[in-house]
Ligand binder design. Sequence first.
Ligand SMILES: [Zn+2]
Length: 294
Amino acid sequence: MLTLGRATIEKVTDFDPFVLPASVLLPGHDLKAMQGEAASLEPLHVDFEADNLLLSLHSFLLRVGGLTILIDSCVGEHKHRPRRADWHDRRETGYLERLARAGVAPEDVDVVMCTHLHADHVGWNTRLENGRWVPTFPRARYLVGEAELAHWLAEESAHPGTHNHGAFTDSVEPLLEAGLVERVSEGFSLGNGLNIFSCAGHSPGQIGLDLDGGSAGRARFCGDALHSPVHVFRPEWSTAFCHAPEEAASTRRALISEAAEGGTLLLPAHLRGSMAMTITRDGGSPSGYRPEYL
Ligand SMILES: [Zn+2]
C-alpha cells in the first residue's frame, strides 16, 4: 500500500504479466536498442531475449476522505474477445476476491474512473448476470472523459458492436442505460485534492487523475500515457494503439518533464511490480530522464 497524506493507494490485479511482442506494441521501433537500460527494464518490464514487453493489468484502489475510488477496470470476466486469446471469456480470475481482501465489496465503490475506454480498461465495469451485462459496482458513478465518450459513441454508430473488441457494447453501454456515467473533462474535481486532467493522444479523450496530497506530495494516475517504463527513455515511441501518435508523444513528454520538475509520482495503468515511479534527470538517458520505482 502506498500512502500519500490522507490517501491510500493499492493495486488490484486482474492479470499479470500481459505479454506483448515489441513488434505488436511498438512496431517500427527497435526495443533491443534499449538494452543499455536493462538495469531499469529487466526483468519486470522487458524480456529482451524474447523481444517482449511485460505489462500488468490492474486497477488502482484509491481511498481518500471517505471516498472509495477504482481507477480502470481491466479486462473482466466472460467478455467475448476472440481476437485476443488471453482476454477471451476469462473465468474465476479472483479479481473481486482480491478487491474483497482489500476490504471493498462492489457496492462500497463510490467512483469508477475510466482513464479511457479501451477494452483492457473497462472490463470489470460490468459483469454477466442471468445472461445480461449489469454494472459490477451498482452504487458507483463512472467517470468517463467527455471527448472519449463522444469518440466511441460515434464509432458505435458507425460499427455497432464490432469496434474495440466489442467492449463498448458490453462494458460501457449498460452503464449509459443505467444512468451511471458522468462525463468529465479537465478541471473536474472530486474534492479531496483530486482533479481530472487531460491525457489525450493515446486515445482521443484520455483523462488522468491528479492527487494533490499537499505537503505529502502529488501523484498522477496517467492511464496509458506511459505504457511501459521504456517510454521514459523513448517518449517519442508511440504505440500501435495510440490514436494520435504525435499528441500521445507530447502528452508523454509533458508528463515526464513535469514529474521530474515537481517530484511527482506517476502511476501508469500497466506498470508491473511497483505501483508508482518517480522521474529523475539523467544526461546519459536517450530522453534525459530515467524512471525510479517506488
Ligand atoms: Zn491499456
